[in-house]
Design a protein around this ligand. Structure first.
Ligand code: NAD
Ligand code: 6OD
Length: 498
């Protein structure tokens, strides 16, 4: 490992370098790779790529931190520190918004009103959790009549490897880092290679507010044969929390098997929305427009299968088409823009391959299906058109596979039973939304659809105390509120004979 440090400030050529963050220091690598802006292809800067040596240094720094002053910080003081981190993010708000915008190309308004504030909110939420959680205790009868007292205590699990994706980088990384630190662990974060910006910036905030060195570390790089694999294979990592594709989760689980390390997985989805004929149609269309097209469809909870009761099928198709055609792609800083690009040209190729496949499979293309005509540098961005299909069979690739783009297939159904069967006809089980005025039916259908998260007459309405995660191939475990403690702490029982 090279000892030189890279500055994360603008370099002479206007590009920015993204170093690792190890033991409170910015650390360079001999190897670097380019990060380009998705909306115009311009260079953001060079990113350090960790080899095994940098990963090892980060894990050792985390291990050493666990044995240092961090071990003695009380729950109360850690909660205060979590709040200080949240305040530090708010102080550097514009920097985080700029970094996230450069990395993802999504509209500034979305970063400033939703994704970056949520990063700060994650730290506040877990500050509250750690201060309020109670431990269980049992009074146990014994033959001598004196009894025994069983009580449990929670200890940090140790060094947590955090592997995060690119679609909502700051929200998703802090969703893991905040509970990990609140519980007294140390972390080594491997952000997505597509989105290095906010993880490095967060290191600066950690230093500013006095988080002990080595508690928060970042190594940049790719997945296979790179930082991701090296981190998950490292035997100094006690547990791995991962958000990303189901296929990647399978590889990480194999790596975690060596040493029997615990995993928490939030993975892909092929989520349905179920629209009944009695639904409030204005609210439904507004909700569907968000759930299909927000973040250019790159939301794990997003809807790619819209199931609509036959009497309102034509209306939903027509109104969602109008909403899709009203979206305005453009530069993220343009206040008029409300629709960003896909994360990369590579991902655009994947999404466009599904557009072609749906056409070949006989879909009716209600709208979209291609690339928008944009002027100037935006023509070099990875934009696609918001796209709606009807008429595909239930076994078509666009109906079965996660596309992770701004597209959906709309299919009619007749009865509640049919809607449930269709919603469950997938290997995934992350989220669904149900649109109806009949609340008895809403409860029935919610219980029958096999997913971790159901919204009724809403979508992506979050309370950070609730269990979050997927069933089937969409994940392992639940995080959120006290549920995060199941993963980020080791629960121990102590039995005292009285
Ligand atoms: P991805 O699986 O390609 O990458 C995620 C992270 O894993 C990246 O940091 C990547 O470098 C790393 N990685 C890749 N291969 C690895 C390996 N072999 N070992 C270790 N690390 C490896 O996912 P993505 O494309 O960044 O994100 C999109 C996916 O994430 C979609 O499938 C989406 O549904 C899913 N996602 C799920 C949730 C959820 O909460 N369930 C949330 C957001 C995204
Ligand atoms: O809101 C969250 O906590 C969360 N994990 C959202 C995931 C969004 C996926 O794209």
């Amino acid at each position: 490992m090279e000892n030189a440090t890279l500055e994360s400030s603008a370099a002479q050529d206007g590009t920015v370098a993204f170093p690792h963050f190890i033991d409170g220091q910015r650390v360079a690598s001999e190897r670097t790779f380019e990060k380009r802006r998705p909306f115009d292809g311009s260079l953001v800067g060079l990113v350090a790529e960790a080899g095994r040596a940098e990963v090892d240094a980060a894990v050792k720094a985390a291990r050493a931190a666990l044995k240092g002053p961090w071990a003695k910080v009380s729950d109360e003081d850690r909660a205060d520190l979590m709040r200080a981190i949240a305040d530090g993010i708010t102080r550097r708000f514009d920097d985080f918004v700029a970094a996230e915008m450069a990395d993802t190309g999504q509209p500034k308004s979305m970063m400033a009103h939703a994704f970056v504030p949520r990063g700060a909110a994650n730290f506040k939420a877990f500050a509250d959790v750690i201060k309020s959680v109670a431990n269980e205790s049992f009074q146990t009868p014994t033959p001598d009549g004196a009894g025994a007292l069983n009580y449990s205590i929670r200890k940090p699990k140790g060094v947590i490897g955090v592997i995060s994706p690119w679609n909502a980088p700051f929200l998703l990384m802090t969703w893991k880092v905040a509970p990990a630190l609140a519980c007294g662990n140390a972390v080594v974060v491997k952000p997505s290679e597509e989105t290095p910006g906010t993880a490095t910036l967060l290191g600066e905030v950690m230093n500013d507010v006095g988080v002990p060195k080595g508690v928060y570390n970042v190594v940049h790089g790719f997945g296979p044969d790179s930082a991701g694999q090296f981190l998950t294979e490292h035997q100094g990592v006690d547990a791995i929390t991962f958000t990303g594709e189901t296929r990647t989760g399978t590889a990480i689980m194999q790596a975690a098997a060596r040493g029997l390390r615990d995993v928490s997985f939030e993975m892909g989805g092929k989520n349905s929305a179920v629209v009944f004929a009695d639904a409030d149609m204005d609210k439904t269309i507004e909700g569907l427009t968000r759930s299909v097209f927000l973040n250019c469809g790159q939301v794990c909870l997003g809807t790619e299968r819209v199931l609509v009761q036959r009497p309102v099928f034509e209306e939903v198709v027509a109104r969602l088409k109008a909403a899709a055609e009203a979206l305005r792609p453009g530069h993220p800083e343009d206040a008029n823009t409300n629709f960003g690009p896909l994360i990369s040209q590579e991902h655009r190729d994947k999404v466009l391959s599904y557009y072609a496949r749906a056409k070949a499979d006989g879909a009716t293309i209600v709208t979209g299906g291609g690339v928008p005509a944009l002027a100037g540098d935006l023509a070099k961005g990875s934009f696609v058109q918001p796209t709606i299909w009807t008429g595909l069979t239930d076994d078509a690739a666009a109906v079965r596979e996660e596309i992770f783009g701004p597209c959906c297939h709309i299919r009619p159904f007749d009865t509640e039973e049919e809607a449930v069967l269709l919603a469950n006809d997938t290997e995934y089980g992350l989220a669904t939304s149900i649109w109806t005025r009949d609340l008895s039916r809403a409860h029935r259908v919610a219980a029958a659809i096999d997913v971790g998260i159901t919204w009724v007459n809403s979508w992506f309405l979050r309370d950070l105390r609730t269990p979050f995660g997927g069933s089937k191939q969409s994940g392992i475990g639940r995080e959120g509120g006290v549920h995060s403690l199941e993963f980020y702490t080791e629960l121990r029982n102590i039995c005292v004979k009285l």
